[in-house]
Design a protein around this ligand. Structure first.
Ligand code: ADP
Length: 423
């Protein structure tokens, strides 16, 4: 394993994994810090997905250090701490405290701070983060419910959450190339600067910075900074070029579980049902016991051999509101999530090995019911949603989609991106 990554949330982890795969690294994403004995298989990059963005800084540091130990035990040569491209954080953290704890644990003096990704409209000039044409603090992020970003100057933001000195590599230096950046980093290091914000205007700048960061044990940034890191390993002869996202073949029955009620998912469910079998779950029936889940599984058992089918709780806003009035918002959600967990295990017992799941929370409960602890990342199905195969003895092909992602025919086309076939 070459590159060990620690991501502060799970969609960010998948986003990073997709960049690494596109740059030719065989990549596995784990769900939380795996048990010490968990073997991710033969990989070039490992992305540990944490949920540490909005928790207490001390807890975020604790989890991140546990992730670091797991990655070090597997021989990671470089660590990437991945956070949001809008630098989502509070006055206290968690970017500064985590970066400092990682530097200390690695015995390092300096790292770069680079959330930029011009392709995704995030650029940095004179240390100021822009979202499209607007400063971060005028981008809407100033009103974020958990971590409002009211200061666009990343040098100041980082200084407010770190004990060590913060500096800047200006665009003028980045434009001069990797050697110029390395020289500047050296000067700043001599000055005691631990965190170096880097200007970025074009994606090409990320490749220059990636090259300049070859000697840093810790790099921090958004998924964009990963663009330039794989090439460093190639220059050293450590990394081949792997076909983007090769996955092992997984054969078995095909099913979709949909627990998202987002606009995109509602359209996708309607599209899938046009010509394919489906079973609709009613939260109020779920409240009466396991009868509805058993009925859904019996429905599936009869039809799986004929092709993919869907079991869904996806409903129009009026139906959701009605269920919530009777059951309460939380209980309605919990009932559906618990049903999805049972359905996932029930379907797998009936021979399903190829599964598409719609909904962020829904995916979380399915993955945990199926005891999936790590995913090998494959080809992109749609932006933000790769095909994956679970790591372990009995692999499953999975596409986990957050509610609003994907084109209208996502639920049927996803199976085409999963190597393997149905019996
Ligand atoms: P998304 O990614 O669109 O946010 P999630 O799976 O994260 O989807 O969240 C959807 C939530 O709505 C889940 O908690 C799910 O259990 C709940 N839910 C799904 N269907 C219904 C329904 N018919 N009535 C009430 N709640 C529902």
């Amino acid at each position: 394993m070459l590159l060990g990554c620690i991501a502060d949330d799970s969609t960010g982890a998948t986003d990073l994994a997709a960049v690494l795969v596109a740059e030719g690294m065989r990549t596995v994403q784990t769900i939380g810090v795996p048990d010490a004995g968990t073997d991710p298989g033969d990989v070039d990059a490992l992305v540990v997905a944490l949920k540490s963005r909005s928790i207490q800084p001390s807890a975020a540091v604790h989890q991140s250090l546990a992730a670091l130990r797991y990655l070090q035990e597997r021989g990671a040569k470089q660590i990437l701490f991945k956070y949001c491209s809008t630098f989502d954080s509070t006055r206290e953290g968690n970017i500064g405290p985590v970066a400092e704890a990682l530097l200390e644990a690695l015995g390092e003096e300096q790292t770069i701070v680079c959330p930029a990704y011009p392709t995704l409209n995030r650029s940095i000039f004179r240390g100021h983060l822009f979202v499209g044409d607007r400063l971060l603090s005028e981008s809407g992020m100033e009103k974020h419910p958990l971590n409002p970003m009211t200061e666009p100057d990343l040098v100041r933001v980082m200084a407010s959450q770190s004990r060590r000195k913060v500096g800047l590599v200006r665009y003028d230096t980045v434009r001069d190339g990797a050697d110029a950046v390395r020289t500047r980093l050296g000067e700043l290091r001599a000055d005691g600067v631990a965190h170096v914000v880097t200007d970025v205007i074009y994606d090409e700048d990320l490749r220059i910075l990636g090259e300049a960061a070859a000697g840093l044990k810790l790099v921090t940034g958004g998924s964009g900074i990963a663009l330039g890191l794989p090439e460093n390993f190639r220059r050293q002869g450590l990394l081949g070029r792997h076909e983007a996202g090769e996955l092992p073949e997984v054969d078995g029955y095909e099913a979709v579980l949909a627990g998202s009620c987002s606009v995109a998912t509602r359209g996708q469910v309607a599209d899938f049902l046009n010509g394919r079998p489906g079973f609709k779950l009613d939260p109020q029936k779920l409240a009466d016991g396991d009868g509805a889940v058993e009925e859904a599984l019996a429905f599936a058992q009869e039809r799986l051999k004929d092709g993919p089918l869907i079991i869904y709780a996806t409903a129009e806003p009026g139906e959701v509101a009605a269920a919530q009035t009777v059951l309460g918002r939380e209980r309605a959600g919990e009932l559906v999530e618990a049903a999805m967990a049972k359905l996932a295990t029930g379907l797998v017992e009936r021979g399903v090995r190829r599964l598409v799941v719609a909904g962020g929370e829904t995916s979380g409960s399915v993955v945990s019911a199926l005891k999936v602890s790590a995913l090998r990342i494959g080809q992109k199905i749609d932006p933000g949603v790769p095909a994956t195969v679970s790591v372990g003895d009995r692999p499953l092909a999975l596409a986990l989609k957050s509610g609003n992602f994907g084109t209208p025919n996502f639920l049927s086309k996803a199976f085409g991106f999963m190597p393997g076939k149905r019996p």
